[in-house]
Design a protein around this ligand. Structure first.
Ligand code: GSH
Length: 224
């Protein structure tokens, strides 16, 4: 079980789904850590030194060992602190959790945000294309409390930090319901289940502050 002397540092950014999911995992495992907030628009010498390849948060430092990329960090945390497992034990289920997590970060996140902001083919088409992707996750969740089954797991951390509190809120700020309950009942049930978990609530950025941040990011995308 985790102790106070873990020697864990996390470089993160408050609105980043990638660093919030790592915080959720550390809290789930009961690992104490020092959090170092980063300005991703004005990167610190420490961030550039620790992650010279991608220059992004999150970065986890455990006893001097440096890790970047949130999926890999989650796996490292899961293998280092064995309590409250995050990844499924079954090889196929584990591969599928990784598959859908990749889909969330590489497809759902960018399409549901960047492509809709740009809306090259018009906003209605952009929303329809985004919701087509979300439908895959709705099916994947069918009849389950969490993607991980009865308890929160790897895909819940990845999708849970990205979809409701990032994609959902971004569009809420622009008056669009990207995940309407009548279209996505399973995902809405799942979002409520996530909200019932204290460690998830602790890691969710403050709503108004996040909406304001996402609107600024949207402006940057439009101008790019
Ligand atoms: N694939 C990375 C993505 C991390 C990422 O995009 N982090 C953003 C914050 S949300 C960042 O540091 N951006 C700075 C930049 O792009 O220069 C992961 O899973 O950790």
């Amino acid at each position: 079980m985790a102790t106070k002397e873990e020697d864990v540092k996390l470089l993160g950014f408050w609105a980043s789904p990638f660093s919030r999911r790592v915080e959720m995992a550390l809290k789930l495992k009961g690992v104490s850590y020092e959090y170092l907030e980063q300005d991703i628009f004005n990167k610190s010498a420490l961030l550039l030194e620790l992650n010279p390849v991608f220059k992004k948060v999150p970065v986890l430092v455990h006893k001097g060992k440096i890790l970047a990329e949130s999926h890999l960090i989650l796996e490292y945390i899961d293998q280092t602190w064995k309590n409250n497992p995050i990844l499924p034990q079954d090889p196929y289920e584990k591969a599928m959790a990784r598959f859908w997590a990749k889909f969330v970060d590489e497809q759902v996140g960018p399409v549901c945000f960047k492509s809709v902001v740009k809306a090259d083919k018009g906003i209605d088409v952009a929303i329809e294309e985004a919701q087509e992707l979300i439908t895959f996750l709705e099916k994947e969740l069918s009849g389950k409390d969490f993607f991980g089954g009865k308890t929160i797991g790897f895909l819940d951390l990845v999708a849970g930090s990205m979809i409701p509190f990032c994609v959902g809120r971004a569009w809420e700020g622009m008056g669009i319901d990207m995940i309407p309950e009548e279209k996505f009942p399973e995902l809405n049930r799942w979002i409520k289940n996530l909200n019932d978990i204290e460690i998830v609530r602790e890691c969710i950025p403050q709503r108004e502050k996040q909406i304001e941040h996402m609107m600024k990011v949207a402006e940057r995308i439009k101008l790019a």
